[in-house]
Ligand binder design. Structure first.
Ligand code: PAF
Length: 298
């Protein structure tokens, strides 16, 4: 496995692979690699001849009061994790390699950002879209892998790929969970012992709402209340949002078919956690059980 830090060297490597007829799978990350990233890398490994993982804590997507300066960094541990998935290249550029001067051009995301994580993180998804676009231009992957835990990010990237006619397949992979249901995240290490015990309630609150959907509940405010109350009753966390929307449109859902996202974000003392469940809908009368598996469980 190689570690490449320069954009020109990275581009040369993937061009070389292309000339050899090899496909490239790409997993963008900010490092602090965990089981969720490992599953994305394994998926990329199975479906592509070559695999690149980027490790870059992108200053453009952090707000002034967010954890950019303290975001966990450990390239040695990350290289070990990437090695487990037999990754070919880690692309780990320093900040001034991707941003050698103040940015003059950004990718501005128009739709799907006034909800969920976007509402309280102005500019966050512009920062994500800009760096992902830059990484795509340097690496030119055939397939790029994103986790469904960041469902809003996956939708934003998919929309960007469609809107800019990118010939890259955006692959969204299932959320990886600890045995008690907590979604794995680089920020879980910041939970105190007490918070770690309460944290699985985030997923439990979504499962409770999902059950209501399967029983035929379609009233957004009822579903949001179910999530909210379940969090208030079982955790000391501050609730950032408990939201139910059409997915992947991320708009108020108005039809009885398609999919909905049940999503929540909570803040503990040093960690903000997010989670979601995407539920396929079909016409169900209230009280009638809908026998549809949660996509997360597939
Ligand atoms: O999900 C992340 O880790 C980041 O938002 C990403 C996609 C690597 C862009 O910086």
């Amino acid at each position: 496995m190689m570690i490449i830090t320069r954009a020109s060297a990275m581009r040369k490597k993937t061009e070389e692979w292309k000339q050899q007829g090899c496909s490239t799978g790409f997993v963008p990350t900010m490092g602090a690699l965990h089981g969720g990233h490992l599953s994305l890398m394994n998926e990329a490994r199975q479906k592509n001849d070559k695999v690149v993982v980027s490790i870059f804590v992108n200053p453009l997507q952090f707000g002034a009061d967010e954890d950019y300066d303290t975001y966990p960094k450990n390239i040695e541990a990350d290289a070990e994790t990437a090695g487990m998935a037999n990754v070919d290249v880690i692309f780990a550029p320093p900040v001034d390699e991707l941003y050698p001067r103040p940015v003059r051009t950004i990718v501005h995301v128009e739709k799907g950002v006034q909800v969920l994580c976007g509402r309280n993180r102005p500019g966050h998804f512009d920062g994500v879209a800009t760096v992902v676009m830059k990484l795509f231009q340097i690496i030119h992957p055939d397939n790029a892998y994103f986790g469904r835990k960041d469902a809003q990010q996956a939708a934003v990237v998919q929309n960007m790929a469609d809107d800019f006619n990118l010939s890259i397949d955006i692959v969204t992979c299932r959320t990886i969970r600890e045995t008690d249901g907590l979604a794995v995240s680089s920020r879980n290490i910041y939970l105190t012992e007490k918070e770690r015990k309460q944290a699985p309630q985030l997923y439990k609150s979504l499962l409770t709402a999902e059950e209501k959907v399967h029983q035929g509940e379609r009233d957004v405010s009822v579903l949001e209340k179910v999530i909210h109350n379940s969090l208030v009753n079982h955790t000391d966390a501050e609730i950032d949002y408990a939201e139910v929307l059409a997915y992947p449109e991320l708009e108020t859902f108005s039809s009885s078919s398609g999919q909905i996202i049940l999503a929540a974000a909570i803040r503990f003392s040093k960690a903000r956690l997010i989670d979601n469940i995407i539920v396929p809908l079909r016409d169900t009368k209230k009280g009638e059980k809908q026998d549809v598996p949660d996509l997360d469980e597939i």
